[in-house]
Write a protein that binds this ligand. Structure first.
Ligand SMILES: Nc1ncnc2c1ncn2[C@@H]1O[C@H](COP(=O)(O)OP(=O)(O)OP(=O)(O)O)[C@@H](O)[C@H]1O
Ligand SMILES: [Mg+2]
Length: 113
C-alpha cells in the first residue's frame, strides 16, 4: 500500500476528485493547506508584513491506494491538476504499513477499497 499526498490548486479539486472516482479510487481525504514552493518571494513590505512570509493557498489530497492502483492514481492527478504553470503543485508518495476499517476490523488492502 502507498500513501499519496498531492498538493494542488484549489481550482483543480473538483476535476481531480471526479477523475479519481472514475478511476475507481473513491476514498480520499482533503485538507486545506498553505505553503511555499521554489519561487523566490518578494522582499518588499506589504501592510507591514514581509512578502516572503506570504503563503500560497493550496489543497492537499491524501489517499491510500494499493500498489497496483498507484500509477493510475498518479496519472489521474497529473492529468487533472496540471496547468503547465509554476505553482501547479507536487505529489509525494510514501509506503504504508497497514490500514484498518473500524466497522469490520478488516486489515490491509481489503480495508482501503
Ligand atoms: N519540498 C516541499 N515540501 C513540502 N511542501 C512542498 C514542497 N514543494 C512544494 N510544496 C508545497 O506545494 C505547493 C506548490 O508548490 P509549487 O508547485 O509552487 O512547487 P515548486 O517547487 O515551486 O514548483 P514550480 O516551479 O512548478 O512552481 C507549495 O505551496 C507547498 O505547499
Ligand atoms: Mg512554485
Amino acid at each position: 500500500m502507498k500513501k499519496i499526498e498531492a498538493i494542488i490548486r484549489p481550482s483543480k479539486l473538483k476535476a481531480v476528485q471526479k477523475g479519481l472516482k472514475e478511476a475507481d479510487i473513491p476514498c480520499l481525504t482533503v485538507i486545506p493547506v498553505k505553503g511555499s514552493g521554489l519561487q523566490k518571494s518578494y522582499s518588499e513590505r506589504y501592510r507591514g508584513t514581509e512578502q516572503s512570509m506570504i503563503l500560497q493557498t493550496r489543497i492537499m489530497i491524501m489517499c491510500i491506494v494499493s500498489n497496483s492502483n498507484l500509477e493510475k492514481c498518479i496519472d489521474t492527478i497529473l492529468d487533472n491538476a496540471s496547468e503547465g504553470q509554476v505553482g501547479d503543485g507536487k505529489i509525494f508518495i510514501y509506503d504504508v504499513e497497514d490500514a484498518i476499517r473500524i466497522r469490520t476490523r478488516t486489515r490491509g488492502k481489503e480495508a482501503i477499497i
